[in-house]
Design a protein around this ligand. Structure first.
Ligand code: NAD
Length: 257
């Protein structure tokens, strides 16, 4: 498969899953636009490193996905958007009655509304180009709930609704819209939680990973950013041209339960 000649915009792609997806699409030959809300030397160096590693064009564009105008401006700044991967996301864990209002607003804005804004800006470009792929990084939590994650669960269920609705609107175009639903993936975000969990539960690292973090993941293994990247690359391939409006779980069996 080659994605040469295609431009991919990946929101929230300076670390974790977004970076893994950017690497996989660049490895398949796509030009990539990396994004986060910062604008550091490291951000631009990361783009330069990906360009050098894969022999593709890569650049970094700052845009804050908590702001609708920024999300739309990211797509405009990219200039082309054949592949849109809505990945930016944050988490906050608290009971609903004390869930901070600003955290609710930020999670809905970054994890859900940004995908609406980027999609609205990208679909006309995809129609004009005669080809497009939208992949929304949802979660097993887009299909199943857990307590104390009301905003995240609401946003991720919403992302799957957005995926289905836009897939129907673009069904007669050569555009597909799908959601990838990872279970636990060992990103820096998740890695950082392990020491706290070890302290809270009085467990060693392996026990925390197996008994606490992967309690719902029957494989008892993390999914990897490379596996999520590979799944997104597959959804961009010709073999996936009739896959639209659906979800693909990469969750070690979590949602089979
Ligand atoms: P991460 O924290 O490693 O990466 C998140 C990225 O989003 C970073 O590049 C960060 O800079 C960026 N970001 C955060 N706020 C932003 C903003 N306001 N504007 C622009 N960019 C912003 O997290 P991750 O684990 O790689 O998660 C990526 C996505 O995958 C999220 O949508 C998350 O919900 C989803 N997900 C993660 C897991 C997991 O286990 N790690 C599981 C299921 C779904």
């Amino acid at each position: 498969m080659t994605l040469a000649g295609k431009t991919a915009v990946i929101t929230g792609s300076t670390s974790g899953i977004g970076l893994g997806v950017a690497e996989a699409l660049a490895a398949a030959g796509a030009s990539v636009v990396l994004n986060s809300f910062t604008d550091t030397e490291d951000d631009h160096a990361l783009a330069a490193r990906i360009a050098a590693d894969h022999g593709v064009e890569a650049r970094y564009v700052r845009a804050d996905m908590s702001k609708g105008a920024d999300a739309r401006a990211l797509i405009e700044a990219a200039g082309a958007c054949d592949i849109l991967v809505n990945n930016a996301g944050i988490q906050h864990v608290a009971p609903v009655e004390t869930f901070p209002m600003d955290k609710w607003d930020a999670i809905i804005a970054i994890n859900l509304s940004s995908a609406f804004h980027t999609t609205a800006a990208a679909v006309p470009m995809m129609r004009a180009a005669g080809w497009g792929r939208i992949v929304n990084i949802a979660s097993a939590h887009g299909l199943r709930a857990s307590p104390y994650k009301s905003a995240y669960i609401s946003a991720k269920h919403g992302v799957i609704g957005l995926t289905k609705s836009v897939a129907l609107e673009t069904a007669r175009d050569p555009i597909t819209v799908n959601a990838v639903c990872p279970g636990y993936v060992l990103t820096p975000l998740v890695e950082a939680q392990i020491p706290d969990q070890m302290k809270t539960h009085g467990m060693d690292r392996d026990t925390v990973v197996r008994e606490v973090m992967l309690a719902k993941q029957p494989s008892k293994e993390f999914a990897t950013v490379e596996q999520i990247g590979g799944t997104v690359a597959f959804l961009c391939s010709d073999a996936a041209a009739q896959i639209t409006g659906t979800t693909i779980s990469v969750d070690g069996g979590w949602t089979a339960q």
